[in-house]
Design a protein around this ligand. Structure first.
Ligand code: XUL
Ligand code: CO
Length: 444
């Protein structure tokens, strides 16, 4: 088993490399649908899906909730914070290589011990990043993105780039600078900004206009610095409507894209769409994906799911074949994720306490996306949905409809056309038929 990890100690003992066994397999530690080298729509599943492991949920979270302490024990914990960081990195790369996943994502303080003292923070981060580089080189695992956690430390209780205190904003900038430096060193494909505490709880103490201007300035400086030091990847904004603040500024994809365009950032930034954030915003996952795809702004995905009965970010592993099929339809139609990927920003439940549960959760998530990819490809290749969509808008393909689209008609022209055409006939949207057709693909 030693070829599956490079650390000093094996943490996930008794679990080897996860392989594909097919849908008939009873082995919980095998893929049923994800067959990495299988070619679908001209590329292997591995190339399409570009899975990534989230450091924070997988190797840091212990299952704490507001009602009780952690339940999940990490054998890589250590009383000395730097020793713990190295052991955690070993565990992360052991897990990722055993899963056959090519990418990982991390926040600065997931991997490296935080400190209020900037010099100590920087010293820790340097040592950790150098160790991560060694593990990347040894395993071939790559960095999909990193980011700075400028929301957990109490310093950031009033926000980071939106903080009313310039001193805190500068401290956040220091963390972002460090993360960009190490992103370049580690060959990161993207750099993420999730809003953290960039939002407000009450307008009675918040100058919203000024805070948003500060965020735009902050992003501009980060973009300029990143490009200066050779960051060639994509900057990503990860929208979320609420939590931790009552109102997050990057509410949803539409809002984030509008903000980027208004501030001259759309060339360098795209969106990282998280399923559970889209649903918290009152949208579907597919809605936010489609909004981005339509604008050429879909950069990457945080693959997870919420709970339809819960109004918060439960960050569960994806299991819905309907959601993944629709998501993969959007992704395939836009020609793939480019240098983005599917990052499992998902955590095992508080009472999932066996070491193997982390594997089982990722296997389930990868399988449901692999199946979604195959189904999306079938649906797109068959072309029935596209034909029905085209037919629905056919009145704009020729005649006056086409003239309207080309901007060749006035409001008076439309009035005269309506008068001549008479009362429009009812045309069914055929929603139930389309929904049933999806089931025919999934279960035939
Ligand atoms: C929080 C969230 C973050 C980002 C990275 O809801 O999704 O983990 O993905 O900061
Ligand atoms: Co996320």
């Amino acid at each position: 088993m030693s070829n599956y990890f490079t650390g000093n100690e094996e943490f996930f003992k008794g679990i080897g490399k996860v392989g594909y066994e097919g849908k008939g397999s009873d082995n919980p530690l095998a893929f049923k649908f994800y067959d990495p080298d299988k070619v679908v729509a001209g590329k292997t599943m591995k190339e399409h899906l570009r899975f990534s492991v989230a450091y924070w949920h997988s190797f840091c979270a212990t299952g704490t909730d507001p009602f009780g302490p952690g339940t999940i024990v990490h054998p890589w914990d250590d009383a000395d914070p730097m020793t713990a960081a190295m052991k955690k990195a070993d565990a992360a790369f052991e897990f990722t290589t055993k899963m056959g996943i090519d990418y990982y994502c991390f926040h600065d303080v997931d991997a490296s011990p935080d400190s209020d003292n900037l010099a100590e923070y920087e010293k820790n981060y340097k040592t950790t990043a150098e160790y991560l580089k060694k593990l990347q080189d040894a395993t071939g695992v790559k960095l999909l993105w990193n980011t700075s956690n400028v929301f957990s430390n109490p310093i950031f209780m009033n926000g980071a780039a939106s903080n009313p205190d310039f001193n805190v904003l500068a401290r956040a900038a220091a963390q972002v600078k460090n993360s960009l430096d190490y992103n370049v060193m580690l060959g990161g494909a993207n750099y993420v900004f999730w809003g953290g505490r960039e939002g407000y709880m009450s307008l009675l103490n918040t100058d919203m206009k000024r805070e948003k201007e500060h965020i735009a300035q902050f992003f501009t400086m980060a973009r300029d610095y990143g490009r200066k030091i050779g960051f060639k990847g994509t900057f990503l904004i990860e929208p979320k409507p609420m939590e931790p603040t009552k109102h997050q500024y990057d509410f949803d994809a539409e809002t984030a894209i509008g903000f980027l365009k208004a501030n001259g950032l759309a060339e360098d930034f795209k969106c990282n769409i998280e399923a559970n954030h889209a649903t918290l915003a009152g949208h579907t996952f597919t809605h936010d994906l489609q909004v981005c795809a339509d604008e050429g702004m879909l950069g990457s995905v945080d693959a997870n799911k919420g709970d339809p009965q819960n109004g918060w970010d439960t960050d569960e592993f994806p299991t819905s074949i309907y959601e993944t099929t629709e998501a993969m339809m959007v992704i395939l139609k836009q020609g793939g994720l480019g240098n983005g990927g599917l990052n499992f920003d998902a955590k095992i439940r508080r009472n999932s306490t066996d070491m193997e549960d982390l594997f089982i959760a990722h296997i389930g998530g990868m399988d449901v996306f692999a199946l979604g990819l195959e189904m999306a490809d079938k649906i797109i290749t068959d072309g029935k949905f596209d034909r029905m969509m085209k037919e629905r808008y056919a009145s704009f393909d020729s005649g006056k409809g086409a003239e309207f689209e080309a901007g060749k008609m006035s409001l008076e022209d439309l009035r005269d056309y309506a008068a001549a055409a008479g009362t429009p006939a009812q045309i069914s949207g055929k929603q139930e038929l389309l929904e049933s057709m999806v089931n025919q693909y999934l279960f035939k």
